[in-house]
Design a protein around this ligand. Structure first.
Ligand code: UDX
Ligand code: UDX
Length: 459
């Protein structure tokens, strides 16, 4: 008899687990969906009007399904739902290890392992365990060995179903994915999960592969995306010294259908919780198999990203630092702290490195962002020398320099004619996202420095 998944559970109510389960519940009213999390505060927020994750469209999806076939519960209460589930997704964080073997590179699987132990302790009958978190290739081996400790008669199968959603467009990416990937060893388990996605995803977009290919594909997809950003950022530096324009170069290169136009926006650097972590994981895996050249190749993508952030911070400092390079007494307006627009997420945001570097040189920062909370900014930067501004104007008042670090649409239409008078004389605007209206800035008599374009003034 074909398997049918009527009850599912998901451990981890984060940026991935929460929105993914909400969309499944919304699209499949007949499937009972429970999301569990150790963090009681997070669960309370998922059950309130103030969701813990900001994503356009998410609130509407949650409000349709919550209380009908979608529930958010704490870990203890969730045990009974795991026991009753036909399938359990693991969607907990897999950060870079900070200690032990592989520290600084390998993914830390301790949360995944504790989920596997929880599932082994509570599951009944036959349960499909689904890796939703990004895992190192062959992580399923480790999950399998933990599940093997379950009571006799309790059986499992493992699938890898990595998520490709991007933050800020999570709901659109979940509702209209380029592809859904399901890796596994048993066709009937793959078919059972595919049946859920088939409710709204065209069959030809549901790809099935072996388990190891699925695990590796997710790491490689993120590595390729990050590589494109580092590639275009490397060329941005070359543009600045040669007088070429990065926008023009990217448009020409991207017009080749073999290359394509997406992911060629030069920037202050890529951020977010996955790119660097997944690159480091890929590097670690390559090294552990003795593939040093492969590891070195991907390491360069990480290094270039670090270099771009430092290069940008140095450019902000250059016109206002004293002879010793100090920024003491200088106030710098930071417009944008999230790693990209339309999200409140600050994990690995390039703003952290840029700001820390400026603070280390003695600057005072006035940080503005439309979604990031003051607590989030302070938890990354501390309170010393950091002011969180409620409006862009408040950040700009009295600033010696301005840095645009997130591409919030509103920063593209700032009224520079009005704002120019609030800045200190000679203040340069450094655009880390190439969104500032260059004509408006020039007309206001200010100097703009864009990534890959060099300085633009009226002179
Ligand atoms: C995503 C991906 O799923 C993951 O592969 C990647 O490593 C990081 O990005 P994400 O949803 O963004 O994860 O992570 P996060 O927002 O941190 O959510 C994880 C949730 O799992 C947290 O709410 C945390 O409290 C919860 N958790 C963690 C548990 O419920 N149990 C645990 O044992 C560990
Ligand atoms: C990414 C992947 O896109 C997604 O498939 C995966 O599941 C998780 O990681 P996300 O990090 O949310 O999603 O956003 P993305 O739009 O990919 O941007 C990542 C970073 O690269 C951001 O800091 C962004 O500003 C930067 N970026 C992106 C650029 O600097 N230039 C570009 O052209 C594109």
């Amino acid at each position: 008899m074909p398997l049918s998944l009527r009850k599912i559970a998901c451990i981890g109510a984060g940026y991935v687990g929460g929105p993914t389960m909400a969309v499944i519940a919304d699209r499949c009213p007949d499937i009972d969906v429970t999301v569990l999390d150790l963090n009681a505060e997070r669960i309370a927020a998922w059950n309130s009007a103030d969701l813990p994750v900001y994503e356009p469209g998410l609130a509407a999806v949650v409000s349709r399904a919550r209380g009908r076939n979608l529930r958010f519960v704490g870990q203890t209460e969730g045990a009974a739902y795991v026991a009753a589930a036909d399938a359990v997704f693991i969607s907990v964080n897999t950060p870079t290890k900070t200690e032990g073997e592989g520290a600084g590179k390998a993914s830390d699987l301790r949360y995944v392992e504790s989920c596997a132990r929880f599932i082994a302790a509570h599951a009944t009958g036959h349960t499909i365990v689904i890796e939703k978190s990004t895992m190192p290739v062959r992580a399923a081996d480790c999950i399998k060995s933990i599940l093997a400790t379950a009571r006799p008669g309790v059986t499992f199968d493992i699938l890898s179903n990595p998520e490709f959603l991007a933050e800020g467009t999570a709901i659109r990416d979940l509702e209209q994915p380029d592809r859904v990937l399901i890796g596994g060893e048993r066709p009937e388990s793959i078919a059972a999960l595919a049946e859920i996605y088939r409710r709204w995803v065209p069959t030809e977009r549901i790809l099935s592969t072996g388990l190891w290919s699925a695990e590796l594909s997710k790491l490689v997809a993120n590595a390729f995306l990050a590589q494109r950003v580092s590639s275009i950022n490397s060329i941005s530096a070359l543009c600045e010294v040669t007088g070429a324009d990065i926008g023009e170069v990217a448009a020409v290169v991207g017009a080749d259908s073999r290359i394509g136009p997406k992911f060629l926006r030069a920037s202050v650097g890529f951020g977010e919780s996955c790119f660097q972590k997944d690159l480091l994981s890929l590097i670690y895996i390559s090294e552990s198999y003795g593939l040093t050249e492969v590891a070195a190749y991907w390491q360069q993508v990480v290094d270039l990203n670090q270099w771009q952030k430092h290069r940008f911070a140095d450019q902000i400092a250059a016109p206002i630092a004293d002879a010793e390079g100090s920024l003491r007494g200088r106030r710098i307006a930071i417009l944008g702290f999230a790693f990209k627009k339309d999200t409140n997420d600050v994990r690995e945001t390039p703003a952290i490195d840029v700001c820390r570097q400026l603070l280390a040189r003695g600057a005072t920062l006035a940080v503005h962002d439309y979604r990031v909370t003051p607590e989030s900014v302070r938890s990354e930067l501390g309170a010393q020398g950091v002011e969180v501004a409620a409006t862009p104007e408040a950040a700009l008042a009295g600033a010696d320099g301005v840095a645009v670090l997130t591409e919030w649409s509103a920063y593209a239409t700032l009224d520079w004619a009005l704002l120019a008078g609030m800045l200190k004389a000679g203040a340069v605007i450094h655009d880390g996202r190439n969104i500032v209206d260059a004509t408006a800035v020039r007309r206001a008599g200010l100097t703009l420095r864009s990534i890959g374009r060099g300085a633009q003034t009226n002179a």
